[in-house]
Design a protein around this ligand. Structure first.
Ligand code: NAD
Ligand code: ZN
Length: 360
């Protein structure tokens, strides 16, 4: 087992990464005085991992309740949030209880938000079971639910007490979901760690096989990157924005197709390629670097082209809607080398629109 720390101003918390981790013991460490815990999961993950999680917690003396929600992004709603609240109130759980998020990013985001708000805030632990959740959503304390008019519109920054990434849970993850997680992994290399990108290239043929040691290294490196970025910028005022590489274009693709048509990671992959091509046009990176990015994403079975029926003006319209647009300027994260990136807010709509047209 490897341990990383997320060091924040007020406190720090550990990320445990390894195989067959003892959830109970690690939760006990994170929640030394806690008695009541509620595991929040969904109908796909519960049959696979709930029993193990529950008995491991009971072995450590926790009193365990559960709340099993329907599966899917479409249930990341105020209704599911209310279901968690009702389960907590019905179990008579007080402020000293804790929530355990057992699942992917959807379960993690909702559970985190429920923990942030139940009785003005209770402790929670993340047990991510998707690659995306391990490398991205479970670390950093962004929690949210969706509003019918926008994704993650209701939420809070609220850090967990610990993150427990058990690589073995990835065995049951569908390949398409593993690919989607790899989009965020590759993104991390591009924005900040050229060595890591190279490591991924060297292991490109094994990325989609279940290679525990490779996956463990990947999760470790990504969590390390994310922990450092979050420590520097907990509330996304500066450097944390770099993690949004590919996301401005990606969100536009997701919105154009209808959320859920492409997986988030798939849209991020195509969005990353667009950002790389803009960076090439600006002279920040070479054609060869763009090729390397495309080739690695392609090896991870991710799309490198955006939907061809999507026009430059579709992109602009949808990107202008994104909540990250500040004072009228769309902020683009662009690679300035493989392993370096920066935010640019001086690209005109016309310039980007025309460039997008040439990519169709
Ligand atoms: P997800 O939670 O929907 O999980 C994907 C699918 O895999 C689901 O059907 C799930 O039930 C299933 N699943 C999960 N673990 C499994 C396992 N071990 N075996 C078999 N099936 C399993 O999707 P995701 O990609 O993990 O997360 C996406 C969500 O994360 C989005 O809502 C996004 O907004 C959010 N997110 C949050 C942050 C953040 O910083 N908080 C960052 C990125 C993404
Ligand atoms: Zn993402």
């Amino acid at each position: 087992m490897q341990i990383l720390n997320v060091d924040l101003k007020e406190r720090s918390y550990p990320i445990y990464i390894g195989e067959d981790l003892s959830y109970g013991q690690l939760c006990r460490k994170a929640l030394p005085k806690c008695q009541d815990v509620m595991i929040v999961s969904n109908t796909t993950i519960a049959p696979l991992y709930l029993d193990k999680c529950r008995s491991s917690l009971e072995d450590e003396g926790f009193k365990v309740a559960t709340c099993i929600l329907p599966d899917g992004e479409s249930y990341k709603t105020v209704d599911s949030y209310m279901q968690i609240m009702t389960a907590l109130i019905s179990a008579s759980f007080g402020r000293d209880c804790a929530l355990i998020a057992l699942g992917g990013g959807v379960v993690g985001d909702m559970t985190g938000f429920a923990a942030a708000t139940y009785q003005r805030g209770v402790a929670y632990v993340q047990i991510p079971t998707t690659l995306l959740a391990m490398v991205d959503s479970s670390v950093g304390g962004k929690t949210a639910i969706n509003h019918p008019q926008g994704k993650n519109m209701i939420g809070a920054f609220y850090q967990p007490k610990a993150v427990i990434a058990d690589i073995n849970t990835l065995k049951t993850l569908p390949e398409k979901e593993r690919s989607a997680g790899l989009a965020e992994v590759i993104k991390a290399g591009i924005i900040i760690d050229g060595e890591f990108f190279k490591f991924l290239e060297e292991n490109a043929d094994k990325l989609l096989s279940f290679d525990v040691s490779l996956l463990e290294q990947i999760v470790y490196r990504c969590c390390d990157i994310k922990a450092k970025v979050v420590a520097l910028d907990e509330r996304e005022g500066g450097i944390r924005a770099l993690l949004n590489l590919g996301h401005t274009f990606g969100h536009a693709i997701e919105a154009f197709l209808g959320f859920g048509t492409w997986l988030h990671g798939e849209a991020v992959a195509a969005g990353t390629v667009i950002a790389a091509k803009v960076a090439e046009d600006k002279g920040f990176i070479t054609k060869d670097d763009v090729k390397r990015i495309c080739s690695l994403l392609d090896k991870a079975k991710l799309p490198i082209d955006f939907p061809k029926n999507m026009t430059g003006s579709d992109f602009m319209r949808l990107m202008r809607h994104d909540k990250k647009v500040k004072s009228g300027h769309i902020r683009y994260v662009l690679p300035t080398a493989i392993g370096k990136s920066a935010v640019f807010s001086d690209l005109s709509d016309d310039y980007v629109m025309q460039l997008l047209e040439t990519m169709r």
